[in-house]
Design a protein around this ligand. Sequence first.
Ligand code: UTP
Length: 476
Amino acid sequence: MTDAPQLPEPLAQQLTDLGQQRLLAHWAQLEPAARDRLHRQLAGIDWPQVAGMRQLAASHDTAAALPVDAAWLRAANTPAGPRLRTGGPSPAGPLAASEAADRGAALLASGGAGVVLVAGGQASRLRCEGPKGIYPVGPVSQASLFELLLGRVREIAARSGRPIPLAIMTSSATDHDTRAFLSEHAFFGLQPEHVLIFQQGDLPALALESLDLLLDAPDHVAVAPDGHGGLLAALVAASGLDWFAERGVEHVATFQVDNPLAMPLDPEFLGYHLLADAEFSTQVVEKQQPAERVGVVAEHDGVHRVIEYSDLSDELAAARGPDGRLHLRAGSIAVHAFALAFLRRAAAAPDSLPLHLARKAVACLDGTGQLHRPAAANAFKFERFIFDLMPFARRVLTVEIEAAEGFAPLKNPPGAAADAPEHVQAAMNAQAHRRCAEAGVAVADEVVIELSPAVLTADDIRQRVPSGRIESPRVI
Ligand code: UTP
């Protein structure tokens, strides 16, 4: 085995400079194909960036590493914005709900709206087989998240009379299975020429103490997707901004695969975005309790940011105004709308999206070469967050929605205290009951029902339920 070809320079030197030769521990024993795989992966790693990541990790617990200035945070407020379906106050003046809905509908009818579905996460908490998007979440139909979410895009496009270009972000963890699943289901009725599947990048994990890279196979470095903020670079790399522009798109909404209630293409939401001339609009729900693990949108001196819950002191998180509501209460649900021109500008700005890091349990080879799955955190993982673009936007708009109407995230496995499949299904069922009541359709409380993606209005429900009553579980 001594005749194994060496790792070529200058790559070998880069590994030596960073003290990472241990990544070659199995090199001599690897089959040529495996050696080639490791070589290609090592060659694809941005080593100067790794050096920066190690510095960031080394300074992680110091105050200097806090991503937000503490004085800025103390002075920050909850931005005012319209409330969906009620037309509340707005920094852009009185934005009328009906005018907003008309403007949004006109944007959709002109083909000016596109959408990005963010689906690259590893779903480590849910622990499902395959990508989260294939998880069967429909309370009656057992439809997958992809079926529900793509179906909704398909139906809104059909009503608008124009295709809505959809870009789906995958990662090394989800790409293969996502493509296979969507092909198998004929893209749930979307025209393939209006669907772009693009893959985000990966970043290596670093061991907590040594800040060394880790192997999770003899021929593979442990990496993880680079966060939902990886969207921007990956979209640019896939010529996605041009792809949208060629199709006439001027505004791009984004949403996450784990929220079946998400309404990124709601005409009223898009309309507020246009009326406010915002570059970055975002849906928020009112945070009620300080302990809720949700980031909040905060504003000071004309600058908006999303502050992660972990970056808020207990005191700031718990501060309440005279009305008893939390001072910082605009909970971010990761449904955004961007002007395409803004995304282009942001993509051209270096370092517009900084790296964040978190301690996570990362499977890796132990000293004997066996795969070890630690129960506790053993490594730093690095991610970019798309909401870090907010401070760069000339105009930001928050649009408050009812959580019950637009936010039911699937994060945890069955039986968990929150955000488990049964909670998501209960939220979908409850929404369907409310919609039926509004449409004048009677449903007994205990009957489980589900709205199909084709139901967009009360009239749709009345047409599908001509008897005006539902007595057994069904998809409407
Ligand atoms: P989460 O941060 O909740 O991650 O992502 P997750 O993968 O769903 O689950 P955990 O944390 O491993 O348990 C929120 C959304 O952002 C996407 C996910 O697919 C999900 O839609 N995401 C996250 C990406 O697309 N890429 C990433 O690198 C991270």
